[in-house]
Design a protein around this ligand. Structure first.
Ligand SMILES: [Zn+2]
Ligand SMILES: [Zn+2]
Length: 779
């Protein structure tokens, strides 16, 4: 037997990541003491913790192991640097004062769902925080949404006005109190925020318990606005058709799905199918909305997510939401953002009063200020990977570390749809939270506000001039805002092509290096040739700026913005381009073009005949067109609706026929994916096959054809990896098709990991592209 394990040794650890403001030091203290180790722990810089430990080798390894397996859920360790040292003879283990002089940037922590322990206190009638709606600790509760500025200290948050009572202060100063030692956001019923129930006229409703009262009102069918962590929600019965339809009418939101919040995953299991992995995500500190397949016998009204296969569900992530749901009959409710259609969600009472009083009957509000608006994050599964569709609460604004120094500072303005901006510095990119569609002036203001917030809090522009990055599309709001921003501050500007930013971003998000090929599938992005792109195969190198466009789907004629809203227009424009007579088209698709559509179809048809159109290799519009073949009446009431509907149809289908009518041909110097015969095939089979089979067969075969297009395009190139990006790339069946095709050739398509596949992730790729451009030109 050797003496290994009984040796007395010491080690110094530097842990990097989200390790401050999350109860990490008291956790380390407890762990060290438990393993009979001595030494110290302290915060260093803005996002690191230093640990010195000494003791028996075995205990030391036990300790190291536990750091990873027992750390509070909200701790996120990005890196560990360890060195074995000579013991210094520490007698005990202490939490040392932080070294606050060093200037470094600290990761701004996101908001976290209530932890099990805090919830336990809220439900324990003997606890002093019994039924306290704002309970939180070092492991949970709001952070970013209440931060005026970094670093995350109480005086920098909207909790600063609530002075800790004696008991809370004692907990705060007690380093043995793992959950409340230096926990910046804590409070209790004696000293914390107050809750009120208001009626439509914003008068206080006299009641014993505002939460119970609100639950009862909801059960009676009233619609109640609720001020949460990052903004207002609208809550209503999800099981009642009448209530859901009334909410749709008041919100002017005909079909866009509402999210459903359940008391816990046990309740949600009655509504949707849920794997163990899904359950972990729903119960995580991020507590996102997760899109899960509906159960056939779900008690949720079909008007909550009309015609869709999946329901967006999440759990009660604050004590307030938990107490509210607990008292309702169903234990699950529609919980949708409190905004008027197209605008950002309200965060204060002034906005709620002016925007929401036509939607809600009552308001459950509190007096804590929401400093930063943060929407709920939305996650879906594609293939066997989770993809973040909307990066909000729980995820934003954590920085994303990339595998290189960016060689400068960058401010990116992203795109217009579901937009987010970003800043980049050192080896980090910080995406802002989901902002919304920039058609709204309020959203435009928000984009500027949050870009500024990160510029200030990460001290950009102090040592060098940041580079402003915008999309190349001349008509984007995001681009205009970026140009104005750069001009006002005399900052250098870089323009980046839309799809290049998409695929480069995904490559970097996956840590890929060298020669990479990407498939970008989305609606409309400005191409380098003045046409619209959106179904592209690009080749690029992660070390140098620029890309080659090797292939694309065959362009279809785009006549106006209205094409995206009325897909039937696209079909008429397309057949006009193919030279079909107008009168023959309705017979083709077996649809009588009534007065509602006649004008639209005529307009689109004629504009193409007059040559007034833009060629668009747009996947989104191609999917719209296919949707209109299967349902000529389909209209888009929200972004991506026809494509989402097609995917839902495909989920309901059982049979899959491989459509081998796609063709690839060299046109204008690039490979084009031709689909004329495929659309003809769909039309021919429309009457003898069910729509679900057609949708499933089309999407999957289209994916395989895209895979083939990529393989043909990159023939002879030795690529290190393949990425897919863009809103349509996460379509389950298109993705499966691409994956299966590439697999036959030993390739695997990478989906985005930390960034949204749509324009919400665009700014991330813009930062990387600009960094490549700036550094290659300065070399
Ligand atoms: Zn907690
Ligand atoms: Zn207190």
């Amino acid at each position: 037997m050797s003496n290994r394990g009984l040796k007395y040794i010491a080690a110094r650890l530097i842990l990097v990541g989200l390790v401050q403001g999350v109860g990490f030091r008291p956790f380390i203290h407890r762990l060290a003491t438990k393993n009979a180790l001595t030494g110290y722990v302290r915060n260093v810089g803005g996002s690191e913790v230093e640990v010195w430990i000494e003791g028996l080798e075995d205990c030391l390894y036990e300790f190291l192991h536990a750091i990873f397996y027992e750390a509070p859920l909200v701790v996120h360790i990005e890196g560990v640097f360890m060195s074995i040292e000579d013991p210094l003879g520490y007698r005990n283990f202490v939490i040392e004062k932080s070294d606050s002089k060093a200037f470094t940037r600290s990761n701004i922590p996101p908001d976290f769902a209530i932890c099990k322990d805090c919830l336990g206190e809220v439900l324990d009638s003997s606890n002093r925080r019994y039924r306290y709606p704002f309970n939180s600790c070092a492991w949970c509760g709001p952070r970013f949404s209440m931060m005026y500025r970094a670093p995350y200290d109480r005086e920098n948050t909207s909790m600063s006005k609530y002075v800790l009572c004696e008991e809370c202060r004692h907990e705060y100063n007690d380093h043995l109190n793992v959950r409340r030692f230096h926990a910046q956001g804590i409070s209790c019923p004696k000293d914390g925020p107050r809750l009120y129930l208001l009626n439509k006229d914003f008068e206080i409703v006299d009641c014993k318990d505002p939460i119970n009262e609100a639950s009862e009102l909801i059960d009676e069918g009233f619609i109640v606005a609720i001020k949460g962590i990052g903004g207002y929600h609208i809550a209503a019965l999800a099981s009642n058709d009448g209530v859901v339809l009334e909410l749709r009418k008041r919100k002017r939101r005909p079909r866009r799905p509402f999210a459903v919040m359940g008391l816990n995953t046990k309740v949600l299991k009655k509504l949707v199918y849920m794997s163990e992995e899904d359950e972990v995500i729903l119960n995580s500190p991020q507590a996102p909305i997760l899109l899960l397949p509906k159960k056939p016998d779900t008690p949720v009204s079909r008007y909550v997510s009309p015609d869709l296969s999946h329901e967006g569900v999440f759990t009660a992530y604050t004590a307030l939401h938990y107490l509210l749901l607990m008292n309702t009959r169903d234990k699950y409710l529609v919980m949708t953002s409190g905004n008027i259609s197209g605008e950002p969600m309200c965060t204060d009472e002034k906005c709620a009063k002016s925007r929401l009083s036509k939607i809600a009957d009552y308001f459950l509000v509190h007096d804590r200020e929401i400093v930063n608006r943060v929407d709920d994050s939305v996650i879906r599964k594609t293939g066997d990977q989770y993809v973040i569709l909307r990066r909000g609460r729980g995820h934003a604004p954590l920085w994303i570390t990339v595998n290189r120094d960016l060689g400068g500072e960058f401010i990116a303005f992203g795109g217009d749809v579901a937009s987010a901006g970003a800043v980049g510095f050192e080896d980090k990119v910080v995406l802002t939270q989901f902002i919304g569609d920039l058609d709204s002036l309020r959203a435009q203001k928000d984009l500027l506000k949050y870009v500024d917030y990160f510029v200030k809090n990460y001290s950009l522009g102090q040592k060098m001039k940041p580079v402003v990055v915008v999309d190349a599309h001349p008509q984007l709001h995001a681009r205009r805002l970026g140009l104005e921003y750069a001009r006002a501050r005399s900052l250098p500007l870089v323009e980046v092509q839309h799809h290049y930013a998409h695929v480069l971003g995904v490559a970097m998000d996956n840590g890929l290096e060298g020669l990479i090929s990407g498939i970008a599938l989305d609606g409309v992005g400005w191409g380098l040739d003045g046409t619209v792109w959106g179904g592209e195969v690009l080749l690029f190198n992660t070390e140098t700026y620029g890309f080659k466009r090797l292939g694309s789907i065959s362009p279809l004629p785009l006549t106006s913005d209205r094409d995206a809203h009325i897909p039937l227009r696209l079909l008429f424009a397309y057949y006009s381009h193919r030279g079909l007579e107008f009168e023959k088209i309705p017979r083709l698709i077996d649809f009588e073009v009534n007065r509602d559509y006649l004008f639209e179809c005529k307009a689109a048809y004629t504009l193409v005949k007059l040559g007034k159109y833009t060629p668009a290799s747009s996947t989104g519009r191609l999917l719209d067109m296919v949707a209109s073949i299967l349902n000529p009446r389909i209209e888009r009431t929200y972004e991506g609706e026809p494509a989402i509907w097609l995917e839902a149809l495909a989920h309901a289908g059982k049979d899959l026929i491989e459509i081998d009518h796609f063709k690839i041909a060299m046109r204008d110097g690039i490979y084009r994916l031709l689909y004329d015969d495929v659309l003809d095939w769909l039309i021919d089979n429309k009457s003898n096959m069910d729509r679900c089979t057609l949708a499933r067969s089309f999407l999957y075969s289209f994916g395989r054809a895209l895979g083939e297009l990529l393989l043909v395009s990159i023939k002879g190139e030795n690529v290190n990896g393949v990425v897919v990006s863009g809103g349509a790339a996460v379509n389950e069946f298109i993705y499966r098709g691409i994956r299966d095709k590439l697999k036959e050739h030993g390739l695997k398509p990478h989906l985005p990991r930390n960034i949204p596949p749509g324009d919400g992730g665009l700014a991330f790729g813009q930062v990387i592209a600009a960094s490549l451009k700036v550094n290659s030109s300065s070399r």
